[in-house]
Write a protein that binds this ligand. Structure first.
Ligand SMILES: Cc1cc2nc3c(=O)[nH]c(=O)nc-3n(C[C@H](O)[C@H](O)[C@H](O)COP(=O)(O)OP(=O)(O)OC[C@H]3O[C@@H](n4cnc5c(N)ncnc54)[C@H](O)[C@@H]3O)c2cc1C
Ligand code: FES
Ligand code: FES
Length: 1341
């Protein structure tokens, strides 16, 4: 077949939100996401990663199948969906289901009203996942709901409020299921609450919700139905700029095409081909889309199994297997069950809905979850090529993959036959991934054994592993050797040794992970061994005793359940005016707009005439001289306008905020991989990326290349100044203590993973060198300053505007300034508007994150647990430029004490200068690391004294009238209250007993529990950093326009500020509008950082409102019965100014580092968290069972917002301490550049029971309305999970008689948990028992 047959332009017909789209020039390279956003201006669907991993781009696709007359609705990731695949389909986006202009859909309404959005960037995707589920199941089960959300990431909320909204659609009861004392919380609420204060647990009212009415939904377009029914199916051709898409309708045609174009891939779900083209530079001039061919969609049930077409989606496969299981006897469905087991956690629902069975098999990725189990179970592939059909066992491909078993390029997979299981046959599948759901496996396996009838003698055995090397592997020799063996311990031992020998993982494949993979490989086999033993018992209990009771729990995998919990806060005073919103759980001011997709972020701003797109070109070397930059090929690229380098910067390219500069464009030398060297501007985002890839940079290596903290120490490479604090007489104290321990802990960095990547739109205004810069930043003033300095213009020509930010967490300060300067320089040179939206990969590569940390400690203490002396050193990896690293090091020193009085201490902090991308501020700013070091040695002291960690914590906690190590007084009364309430609410001691009991009864599963207190100081160290201003206008119609210097990045600051203004002006919130934060309205505003936004801006807003009210007072006094509008009208007529600024000078904070004393903080916030976990000792997997948090936030201005901040930060803390792992190559190249490689917590990671209580009757004289700043504090409490995990692993180790203390590093991943739970299998792999014990700890002992 030739392409000429369809040389004419094909019309692509599909529907979007009920509107017919006829695309004359459909480009096969165009994905639905960019089509929706750029072509149709439907910007509600968001870009979060572009690779199917985050769900921000979720839409609903509906198709009609004429044969069955059924409409199928399914969710899909628009970022991986080629528009050409949508012929005849209907697309529904978030705009299509509701809007503020028409009707807000119940999903949108409930998500917003349940406080399920913070920054709102993930919200449209979440809305569409829920909406699609409800289209298929109007009353879903909570299990279905959890499955539907597994593919959506939210970085802000911690998911609890999202799930609260979801529960309102589910059938089941919404009780908390907290069955302590056999009652649920709803039965005995009173017991949980502080007796004195009146508290509330209602954050929203379901009475307000509109009912879900499925009849109101958009119908499937009848025209598409007619098209599908009446139009004869014909081959479709779409020709793009570089690529041709061919969609045949018959198998013969497909085989012809494949013969003609053997290299052309078949694209069904595009979930393998798409990411390869986007991220790996693979290009295919022709792709063939076989999804419409009936043979590839067959579903056939035969006597010996099921045959499924290769184009069947994994979701369809899941449904079919689920049905088959209910229809066939259990004996026949063991393969189906095992395959289903894998399908449940494979990808997210959006991926499974489009990814095909054939694609999964044929891609032959080592991470395929289906290949090992399908191969082990003897599934058969039906292959075809022109003139030839054949069947081969899938196992054959992986057993040798040669000769008859090789699939030729002309061959296609038509269908797969999955056999029934037989009598005496046992089949299982296993997987372990960095996250339980929506994560590619680290290792997986499929295993099958067939016994000789009525015996436990192995007749046939097959074992396949995935994830271990570059493809699925078979342990053929092992299986062959074990034939005719009995299924017993000797066989197990031999099998493990043979397997390890046979699969011989290369040592270089990713460092220690190799040992982990090897351990998993044998652990999986052991689990299979146990499963089969237990099953044999069922067949013949007399012969086969099964496995011991304490082993049985390992046969159950952890399941994700709908979390339950309760949120408690102090109710408002009964006499508070009903109109006064302060203290009430008011919905986020943009909540509804987040949910309808109407909330505008930078990349949603409409394009400006002549606008250019910018892509950065970054260094591929960690330290090198730039020899040359060759832009010639790039400049020849289609649509390319220019290449911008350091030479184009009119004024400042290097900013000296300290000794070393922050750099816009590398000039002569690069100092990290990912440093911006130059930028390309072109007419489209596609062209600009293509051109950027063509810039050639030649380097000459420079020495030294310093990547790690150790290397920095060796080369004495630090940012100055180094800081130290000393208090008491440390040396003398060490002389007198009973015990001393020494140790160290490493804490890995953390990627901000804000859902909206760094984004800038710079628009030159054409006169007086004015420029508008729209930036996703938490510090507009620094953007203005840096852009003005780089362009060499006064700051008054640069207007920075920020409407809202899709998450920041500290990552959008200086880095945003540098990127804004890149865009501004380009805009200045080209005199065009320039849009710079970093791809997720570039964002992760370029912008740095939380500082990796090493804490070394020596602690002296008495036998009764009293800490007497501490000598500690903290090293942070600052990366290649200073940014805020020295300040982070300082804060580490100031906050390292956490909740404890340490009478004699000496500590140092060093900010290491390395050749990694520069690290920066991140929620908690050094505290989460420094305090983790402290909590680590606290547990070390507990281990040494034999006392419990909670006792050590209690003994050493601050008491009344004590001072910190820098001589600041504090009143720790609320610390004790939080601790005691947390103890009580979590029923700590009784649950600890239950945990111990569980651990006695379970060998391979262990539980752990930990409770951690927290003191979180609030302050920025110096007065000028906490000044704030506000501007309030009252218009003659009575409406109020409010602005202030704070940035809305999800933390609800604008909502709170409107609450403040509403109280002060005594008018309803609906009168008050917030438009944007801008340098034109509030100059010189400080960054929104350090949990201080509400405190300081609240004061300024209050000041402005009070000024206005003072002016209005005479008018009000004269006409007390008048309305607001009467007074305003009168004021205008009396020429009273209706506009006022408000100002707050800042807190009187100071720190004298020479003397080592000061008042760097204004007040302290306290909290405590208790977490319980369960671990699987064989795999290292864990489940967060329960967390109870008690937090002192003073008098909350908005409990829904504050609880949301606590939960969101806590879950981010779970990420930091237990799962998020940045990986670099030995050359300093970041490997983890997207959600596929870097796992942030998903819905499956939040505790099954998750409760938060705000401490009641807490006052704070220093902040607005006695509130406290809560943005950051909750993150540290995530370490309660870390210590609960440590507790569980310790329990396993104690049982195994291991004496050495388990001192994990952070993140405490599955790999570390598995290694900590040492047993015969780890020993078999490692060969030495001492390897997993921290060398320092070991030496100290
Ligand atoms: C975010 C994300 C998460 C994922 N998580 C997992 C996971 O946890 N576990 C897992 O196993 N997989 C996972 N995957 C991989 C996914 O399952 C596979 O990409 C998918 O099954 C491939 O199917 P497809 O239809 O999308 O393939 P496509 O990308 O359309 O095609 C893939 C390849 O298969 C070939 N091909 C397709 N059909 C045929 C056929 N009939 N005959 C011959 N060749 C054919 C094509 O030529 C092409 O080379 C994930 C993917 C993504 C993007
Ligand atoms: S943007 Fe599509 S899944 Fe992330
Ligand atoms: S609200 Fe979910 S990412 Fe911000």
């Amino acid at each position: 077949m030739s392409l000429r047959g369809a040389a004419g332009a094909e019309e692509l017909i599909f529907y979007v939100n009920g509107r017919k789209i006829i695309e004359q020039n459909a480009d096969p390279e165009q994905m639905l996401l960019s089509y929706l956003r750029k072509r149709l201006h439907l910007t509600g669907t968001k870009y979060g990663c572009g690779g199917g991993g985050c769900g921000a781009c979720t839409v609903m696709i509906s198709t009609y199948e004429p044969a069955s007359k059924k409409i199928r609705h399914y969710s899909a990731n628009a970022c991986l969906l080629p528009i050409c695949s949508l012929y005849g389909a209907a697309v529904t986006t978030v705009e299509g289901i509701g809007s503020t202009k028409t009707r807000v859909h119940p999903v949108q309404e409930r998500l917003a009203k349940c406080h399920g959005s913070q920054c709102g960037f993930c919200t449209p995707g979440i809305v569409m996942s829920i909406y699609t589920l409800l289209r298929n199941h109007p009353e879903p089960t909570s299990e279905q709901m959890m499955e539907a959300l597994a593919g959506n990431l939210c970085r802000c909320t911690g998911y609890r409020p999202i799930l609260d909204a979801c529960k309102t659609f589910c059938k089941e009861s919404v009780c908390c299921e907290r069955k302590t004392n056999g009652k649920c919380c709803l039965d005995h609420k009173d017991d949980l609450f502080d007796k004195e204060a009146k508290v509330s647990t209602r954050l929203f009212s379901t009475d307000e919700f509109q009912p879900l009415d499925p009849t109101q939904e958009l119908i499937f377009p009848p025209e598409l139905m007619r098209m599908a029914e009446n139009q004869p199916k014909r081959t479709l051709f779409f020709h793009g700029e570089r690529m041709t898409w061919i969609s045949p309708v018959s198998l013969d045609e497909l085989l012809d095409l494949k013969a003609a174009y053997p290299k052309a891939p078949l694209v069904v779900g595009n979930t393998t081909v798409g990411p390869e083209m986007k991220f790996k530079g693979v290009f295919h001039p022709i792709v063939i889309a076989p999804a419409r061919i009936p043979d590839l969609n067959v579903v056939k049930c035969t006597d010996d199994g099921l045959t499924l077409g290769a184009a069947c989606s994994l979701s369809l496969m899941k449904d079919i297997l689920t049905n088959a299981i209910s229809e066939f006897p259990e004996e026949k469905t063991k393969v189906f069950r095992a395959v289903l087991q894998q399908l449940r956690t494979l990808g997210g629902e959006q991926i499974r809905n489009v990814a095909s069975l054939g694609g999964n098999i044929i891609s032959k990725k080592s991470t395929s979850d289906l290949n090992p189990i399908l191969a082990a179970s003897n599934s058969i592939l039906n292959l075809a090529s022109r003139g030839r059909k054949r069947q081969i066992p899938l196992s054959g491909i992986f057993a040798d993959g040669l000769g008859n078993n090789a699939i030729t390029p002309e061959e296609i997979l038509v269908s797969v036959h999955i056999p029934h299981s037989r009598k005496g046959e046992y089949i299982s599948a296993f997987r372990q991934a960095p996250r339980r759901e929506n994560a590619l496996p680290i290792t997986n396996a499929g295993m099958r054994v067939l016994f000789e009838e009525g015996t436990d003698i192995i007749k046939d055995l097959s074992i396949f592993y995935g994830g271990a090397v570059s493809t699925t592997i078979c342990t053929k020799q092992t299986c062959w050797t074990l034939i005719r063996r009995h299924w017993n311990e000797q066989m197990l031992d031999e099998a493990c040794r043979l397997i390890l020998k046979e699969i011989a993982l290369p040592c270089s494949a990713g460092g220690e992970e190799v040992d982990y993979k090897k351990t998993l490989v044998v652990s999986f086999f052991y689990r299979f061994f146990l499963e089969v033993l237990q099953s044999l018992r069922i067949t013949d209990p007399c012969h086969y005793p099964g496995i011991p009771m304490e082993y049985r729990s390992i046969l159950q995998d952890f399941k994700t359940k709908m979390p339950q919990g309760i949120q408690i806060y102090q109710d408002i005073e009964p006499n508070q005016s009903p109109q006064d919103p302060v203290g009430r759980p008011i919905m986020h001011q943009s909540g509804i707009k987040h949910a309808t997709g109407e909330a505008v972020y930078i990349d949603d701003l409409p394009s400006v005439d002549g606008e250019l797109f910018l892509a950065v070109v970054t260094s591929s070397r960690a330290h090198a001289k730039i020899v040359s930059i060759d832009t010639s090929e790039a400049l020849k690229g289609a649509g390319v306008f220019d290449v911008i380098t350091a030479h184009d910067v009119p004024a400042t390219n290097e900013f000296y905020y300290s000794d070393d500069p922050e750099i816009i464009f590398a000039r002569n030398e690069v100092i990290c991989v990912g440093q911006v060297v130059c930028a390309v501007v072109a007419d489209s985002d596609v062209h600009v990326k293509q051109a950027a890839a063509k810039v050639k940079i030649e380097y000459e290596p420079l020495e030294p290349v310093i990547l790690t903290i150790e290397e920095a120490i060796k080369h004495n490479s630090f940012f100055e100044p180094k800081r130290t604090l000393e208090h008491g007489d440390v040396d003398q104290a060490f002389e007198t203590v009973d015990n001393i321990i020494e140790g160290e802990i490493r804490i890995g960095g953390q990627e901000h993973f804000y859902m909206e990547t760094q984004s800038v739109l710079a628009i030159p205004k054409g006169e007086d060198k004015e420029m508008d810069v729209y930036v996703s930043t938490q510090h507009p003033a620094i953007i203005q300053e840096m852009v003005a300095a780089s362009l060499g213009v006064p700051a008054n020509r640069i207007m920075c505007h920020v409407k809202r930010v899709g998450g920041a967490f500290g990552g959008k300060l200086l880095k945003a300034g540098l990127l804004a300067s890149v865009a501004a320089v380009a805009a200045n040179k080209t005199n065009r508007a320039v849009r710079l939206i970093l791809s997720r990969g570039d964002d992760m590569l370029i912008t740095g994150g939380r500082h990796p940390f090493i804490g070394k400690y020596k602690v002296g203490f008495m036998n009764d647990g009293r800490i007497r002396a501490l000598d500690a050193k903290y090293y942070i990896n600052g990366g290649c430029t200073p940014d805020e690293s020295v300040v982070v090091a300082e804060v580490s020193l100031l906050k390292m004490d956490n909740a404890y009085k340490i009478p004699n201490l000496r500590c140092w902090a060093y900010a290491c200068k390395t050749n990694l991308p520069s690290n920066t501020a991140f929620r908690g700013f050094g505290f989460p690391q420094a305090a983790l070091v402290t909590e680590t040695w606290i547990t070390g002291v507990a281990d040494k004294t034999g006392l419990s960690p909670e006792k050590i914590r209690e003994i050493n906690m601050y008491k009344e009238n004590e001072q910190t190590h820098f001589k600041q007084k504090l009143d720790p009364q609320n610390l004790m209250r939080c601790w005691n309430e947390c103890m009580e609410k979590s029923a700590y001691y009784s649950r600890k007993t239950a945990v111990n009991e569980f651990n006695k009864q379970n060998y391979w599963k262990k539980k752990g529990i930990a409770i951690v207190p927290m003191k979180f100081p609030i302050g920025l160290g110096t007065r000028y950093l906490s000044q704030a201003a506000a501007l309030v206008h009252i218009y003659t119609d009575g409406s109020v326009l409010l602005t202030h210097g704070g940035i809305e990045m999800g933390q609800g600051i604008h909502t709170k500020m409107i609450q403040v203004a509403s109280r002060e002006l005594n008018i309803p919130m609906s009168y008050i509008h917030f438009c944007e934060t801008s340098t034109t309205t509030v100059p010189n505003a400080c960054a929104s950082v350090g949990s201080a936004g509400t405190d300081v801006n609240g004061m300024a807003v209050k000041d402005a409102c009070q000024t206005l009210l003072k002016r209005l007072q005479p008018i009000i006094n004269k006409n007390p019965k008048g309305t607001w509008n009467d007074w305003i009208k009168e004021a205008f007529e009396q020429s009273v100014s209706l506009s006022a600024t408000g100002y707050f000078r800042g807190y009187n904070e100071n720190m004298d580092w020479e003397k080592g004393e000061g008042q760097p903080f204004t007040y302290f916030l306290y909290g405590a968290a208790c977490s319980e976990v369960e671990i699987n000792c064989l795999t290292g997997d864990h489940k967060n069972l329960r967390t109870d948090i008690v937090m002192d936030v003073g008098c909350s201005i908005n409990p829904a917002v504050d609880i949301g901040q606590i939960e969101g930060a806590f879950v981010q803390g779970i990420g930091l301490y237990t799962m998020e792992e940045l990986k670099y190559s030995p050359e300093g190249v970041l490997y983890t550049r997207g959600p596929d490689q870097y796992k942030i917590p998903a819905v499956c990671d939040i505790p099954e029971q998750f409760s938060v209580s705000l401490l009641s009757s807490s006052q704070n004289p220093y902040a607005i309305y006695s509130s406290k700043g809560i943005g950051e504090a909750g993150l540290f409490l995530g370490c309660s999970v870390f210590f609960a995990l440590r507790d569980a692993v310790t329990s396993a180790r104690n049982e195994r008689g291991l004496k050495k203390t388990f001192t994990p590093n952070s993140p405490l991943t599955a790999e570390q948990i598995r290694a900590g739970c040492m047993d015969d299998f780890t020993e078999m792999v490692i060969g030495s028992l001492l390897l997993w014990i921290s060398p320092v700890e070991h030496a100290a002992e």
